[in-house]
Design a protein around this ligand. Structure first.
Ligand code: SIN
Length: 351
């Protein structure tokens, strides 16, 4: 009799677990590598470790608490340190996101990613994912083997945000260190600290605290389902180089970029995107050869504006409040659609 009751209870429990697994939001975790999957020789080693060493199943098994609110499954896309991310890699990731998000059973995507170029991947996806469903990028600053590794809690939070109906339609999000940021404004601000991802003066969207997500803001710039850019039939992005300005800057790197086949150059200028006269001469010659030039700024906050009248007359565009690495992403996508400088400036004004 006792055995019979036990069997019945067991069957009821498995049935209820099966039902709740069916009703939980289905979240796909796409793994690309990075420190969140990194391993080191000792628990105190937090630099010089092997990024991207662990597979996605290991990361999922380390955080069983995710299964309380999401039906998670993993897919290994890359196993790289994100300083090795490529244009081809971005296209592959964006296409896989679009493919998965078309499936009505999938509620959202979490992407584990190295922090070095996470902001670029996030912004690229923000412009190319064609869905309102949440896409959340997450990384870690300490390898998985470290004391106080930040990866497991970051991953739990990322799944929590991806599974949350509040995250729908907000564009690509980044969750790290209990903060929710948007892909457009976030940037890595510290080389080693866990509190590295910040939206600068434009701020964060919200927080994750006590197991809840708190949203306070949204980006006013179009993204994902409202974006003009479609990469489904694109297999190669135009080459766009970033030239970082400094005291004594000349045109050597500009000429090298043109010789390498650049179709666009982002000038990471000083101050409000200022360029030296010698750089300017190189950039004007580059434009005569059909290269599109956009001024951005090496300064972390504030818009890069039209500024000096001569630069506008020469046809040099400006990035508004996009940092050089994100201006590069937008210029690459803009060049897949047009070479008309007026139209490209409109994209920078809009996005
Ligand atoms: C990487 O970007 O892959 C290495 C650094 C990190 O994830 O923090």
């Amino acid at each position: 009799m006792r055995l019979f009751i036990k069997t019945l209870l067991g069957a009821a429990l498995s049935a209820s677990l099966a039902v709740s697994a069916q009703t939980l939001p289905q979240i796909k975790i796409l793994a690309t590598g990075g420190t969140i999957a990194g391993t080191a020789a000792s628990a105190t080693q937090t630099t010089g470790y092997k990024a991207g060493d662990l597979g996605i199943q290991v990361l999922i098994e380390a955080v069983p608490q995710m299964k309380e609110f999401a039906d998670v499954s993993g897919e290994q896309i890359f196993k790289i340190s994100s300083n090795n991310m490529t244009d081809e890699g971005l296209l592959k990731l964006a296409k896989r996101c679009n493919e998965l998000l078309k499936d009505p059973k999938v509620s959202g995507i979490v992407i584990t990613h190295g922090t070095d170029t996470l902001e670029e991947t996030a912004y690229f996806l923000n412009l190319t994912v064609k869905s309102k469903k949440p896409v959340v990028l997450v990384g870690a600053m300490r390898p998985a083997t470290a004391i106080s590794a930040d990866g497991p809690m970051n991953l739990l939070n990322a799944v929590r945000v991806a599974a949350d109906p509040q995250s729908v339609g907000k564009g690509v999000l980044i969750t790290m260190n209990d903060v929710i940021n948007n892909a457009r404004d976030v940037t890595k601000t510290n080389t080693t600290n866990v509190a590295t991802f910040r939206g600068g003066e434009l701020g964060a969207l919200g927080y994750i605290a006590g197991g809840k997500n708190y949203f306070y803001k949204e980006s006013t710039r179009p993204h994902t389902y409202k974006s003009d850019f479609d990469i489904e039939k694109i297999n190669k992005l135009p080459r766009v180089d970033i030239i970082y300005s400094h005291v004594n800057a000349d045109r050597v790197l500009v000429d090298a970029a043109v010789a390498a086949g650049a179709k666009g150059i982002v000038a990471a200028g000083t101050g409000n995107g200022s360029i030296s006269e010698r750089e300017e001469a190189g950039l004007v010659d580059a434009m005569k050869k059909g290269v599109t030039v956009v001024r951005s700024a090496r300064v972390q906050n504030g818009p890069t504006t039209a500024s000096v009248a001569r630069w506008q007359e020469e046809g040099i565009l400006f990035s508004q409040a996009l940092n050089p690495q994100k201006a590069r992403m937008l210029l690459q996508l803009a060049l897949t659609k047009t070479q008309d400088p007026k139209k490209i400036q409109e994209y920078f004004d809009k996005y």
